[in-house]
Design a protein around this ligand. Structure first.
Ligand code: ATP
Ligand code: FE2
Length: 327
């Protein structure tokens, strides 16, 4: 069966098409211009509304199928920004009604996990999910995907983008920060913020911007931001692994494309005799294919979302999701 999945939780809108063996037939993403400041939810939703239908047509064409071949429609039901979620959900409802096929609402965080499990072949990982809006450590425990640690303020990618915006980097800043960091030599002190299993990044942002004002080299600042933030992420990931006694780490979210973060996680896993799994970049960032694939998994487990139950949930928690396919 072929599934078309629509992702629209935040600044990107994505349309992905996969078959029931997770061959990605099309995976298109469009992002609003975030260079001028944060995301205005309504403007992002208008952007998504403008692009979503042309993207569907293009995805169907790229996949080399016709609309009649689609047997299932899925969409990101939450968590995310209300107007963006509603736009994606409206498109998904309309398509499923027009094609007379089932609809499945997908939890965005679970989708990062499911696509990662499938494409990397790990079966029971601890997920380090580090993106713009989210930073969480998630593992399967007691029948649910549970969040063992998370950011108490902003996502790590959001911190990087804010730092980049204030220091003249293009948006998104992640790849630029990584490039500058390679030329860094001096490790500057930034507030390492791990509290229990949780992390916090806004203090690091404030401190880094303060140091920037005093004329510190941008290269050293980027290097120090990476070393500090990534050490925090590795620490809580390792602690979660020890707690749930799991030997696999899966990476997800746009920030995990960073090679230094991957290196630090790899060192930690090797020292523990564990292994690290990294999906291709296009499946790490927010994308429609992960929503489509999770739709297939849920549908095969007998899950259907009636139109009357398809309202979006801005605060859709990872551990609210029933996982019959894991039992
Ligand atoms: P979510 O809605 O899941 O929070 P998002 O849309 O904010 O996702 P993603 O598409 O998963 O985020 O990832 C985008 C983030 O990844 C941006 O903050 C960007 O700066 C960051 N990023 C991308 N490449 C790198 C890199 N090489 N190093 C660090 N951060 C990176
Ligand atoms: Fe995401």
């Amino acid at each position: 069966m072929i599934c078309l999945g629509i992702e629209g939780t935040a600044h990107s809108v994505g349309v992905g098409i996969v078959d029931d063996d997770c061959n990605v037939l099309a995976n298109l993403t469009k992002m609003i211009d975030g260079s001028k400041g944060g995301i205005h939810p309504r403007e992002a939703a208008n952007h998504h509304a403008e692009h979503i239908v042309p993207m569907m047509h293009k995805a169907v064409e790229e996949a080399g199928i016709s609309y009649e071949d689609i047997g299932l429609v899925s969409f990101s039901q939450g968590p995310g920004l209300g107007p963006c979620l509603r736009t994606a959900a409206t498109a998904a409802r309309a398509l499923s009604l027009a094609l007379k096929v089932d609809l499945v609402g997908v939890n965005h965080c679970v989708a990062h996990l499911e696509i990662g499990r499938k494409v990397t072949g790990c079966d029971d990982p601890t997920l380090l999910y580090a993106s713009g809006g989210n930073t969480q450590v998630i593992a399967y425990s007691g029948g649910r995907y549970r969040v063992f640690g998370e950011t108490m303020d902003i996502g790590v990618g959001n911190m990087i983008d804010k730092f980049g915006r204030s220091t003249g980097m293009p948006f998104p800043a992640g790849p630029h920060l990584e490039r500058y960091a390679r030329e860094g030599v001096e490790l500057l002190e930034l507030p390492y913020s791990v509290k229990g299993m949780d992390v916090a990044f806004s203090g690091i942002l404030t401190a880094a911007l303060q140091l920037h004002k005093t004329g510190r080299r941008l290269e050293d600042l980027c290097y120090s931001i990476q070393e500090t933030c990534f050490a925090m992420l590795v620490e809580v990931t390792e602690r979660a692994m020890a707690h749930v006694e799991k030997e696999q780490v899966l990476l997800g979210g746009g920030v995990v494309q960073n090679k230094r973060l991957q290196e630090m996680v790899r060192i930690m896993t090797e020292e523990r005799g564990a292994s690290m799994f990294v999906p291709p970049g296009s499946l790490c960032v927010d994308n429609g294919a992960m929503i489509a694939w999770t739709g297939v998994v849920m549908h095969e487990a007998g899950i259907r979302t009636k139109i009357s139950e398809s309202a979006v949930n801005q605060r859709f928690r990872t551990d609210e999701v029933d996982l019959p396919w894991m039992r």
